[in-house]
Design a protein around this ligand. Structure first.
Ligand code: BDR
Ligand code: CA
Length: 334
């Protein structure tokens, strides 16, 4: 795709407020950290969650969608909040399986939530997001917490959505650090590099929350303990989800604190000062033998003497306030 000639200016990086909540759609693949992200978003008066959509990633689309419905019930989300199924896998290639240990039993770390009777929309995720964006042109923020298959399909099938969306905030990539799926790639972008590439080329303003930031915002016992002791069922559930992530991290490398990737993306909408941002252009490698799915950042894009002709459409989080996410989770959910 050609580069955009005149990119839209990046929207202001302001904190969300309860007086003027930010309308969001959450596209997710719960997933332990997706579940924490959903519970945080739905507990935040600063966000107006307009719909939840699912995409296969951490597990099959059926399991992911059933998990999303269960988590929405736990969150006390209104019964008519649209929940819609998105892509069951990347177009034209097999779905990449997530190592079953990462998200544990049921892909929710063994969290025992009753099956949901919540209706799943007949409309596809793509149509639900397009409608939500058209209802709030220039305002809706799409928060993408899984592979970018559904987001790319949205931009292909509803090109007007690129103008309607205020921003896509996405958890994905390893910008200047090591990956978690291969040495240079992060799981979400690695799952569907072609989709991710299309999103980065679309001209839609992006707020990218890669491993560089999420691996800095580690959550440990000071967060998990008050959540587990909470009188609120949502808080206790988040405590159990965090416990799953921490136990895994301890088994893997002996650390007592762990990253809650997707929750940081939601937190970055609530309070962008939790992250340190650089601006530039981004692309995703689609053909490298060793690097398919790698996030490539050009901080010079759009400036005099730029190294690429990419438009300056992205903010990338390169660091995060180490204790900020944990404090936010305790404050909102314990
Ligand atoms: C991402 O991969 C998934 O397993 C998580 O839910 C998160 O979105 C982190 O690389
Ligand atoms: Ca996810």
């Amino acid at each position: 795709m050609d580069d955009v000639d005149e990119p839209r200016p990046l929207p202001p990086l302001t904190a969300a407020t309860a007086e003027d909540p930010v309308p969001v759609v959450l596209d997710c693949d719960p997933g332990v950290d997706d579940a924490v992200a959903l519970l945080l978003a739905l507990a935040a008066p600063e966000l107006d969650v307009r719909a939840v959509t699912t995409v296969a990633g951490n597990a099959s689309l059926d399991l992911i969608t059933a998990n999303a419905a269960r988590v929405l019930d736990l969150a006390g989300a209104r019964g008519d909040l649209p929940l819609a199924r998105g892509a069951a896998g990347p177009l034209g290639r097999a779905r990449r399986e997530r190592d079953a240990d990462v998200h544990g039993p049921g892909a929710l770390g063994g969290l025992d939530l009753p099956p949901s009777r919540r209706a799943v929309a007949e409309a596809s995720a793509v149509d639900v997001v397009a409608r939500a964006a058209a209802e709030r042109p220039g305002e809706l923020v799409l928060v993408a917490l899984g592979p970018l298959t559904t987001v790319a399909a949205l931009l292909a099938l509803h090109p007007e959505s690129a103008d309607h969306l205020r921003e896509v905030v996405l958890m994905g990539g390893a910008a200047f650090c090591e990956g978690n799926s291969s040495p240079t790639t992060e799981f979400n972008l690695r799952c569907d590099p072609d989709a991710a590439r299309r999103v980065t080329e679309s001209g839609v303003p992006l707020r990218v929350v890669p491993l560089d930031a999420t691996q800095r915002a580690l959550v440990g016992p000071e967060t998990t303990a008050p959540l587990l002791a909470s009188r609120d069922a949502r808080g206790r559930a988040v405590g159990q989800l965090l416990q799953h992530i921490s136990t895994q991290r301890r088994d893997d490398d002996g650390l007592a604190a762990a990253a809650v990737h997707d929750a940081l993306a939601v937190a970055a909408v609530l309070d962008p000062t939790l992250c340190t941002w650089v601006e530039g252009g981004v692309r995703v490698e689609t053909s490298g033998e060793l690097t398919r799915g790698e996030l490539v950042v050009d901080t010079t894009a759009g400036t005099d003497g730029a190294r690429t002709d990419w438009a300056r459409t992205a903010r990338v989080a390169v660091d995060a306030d180490a204790g900020g996410l944990g404090r936010l989770l305790v404050d909102r959910l314990a």
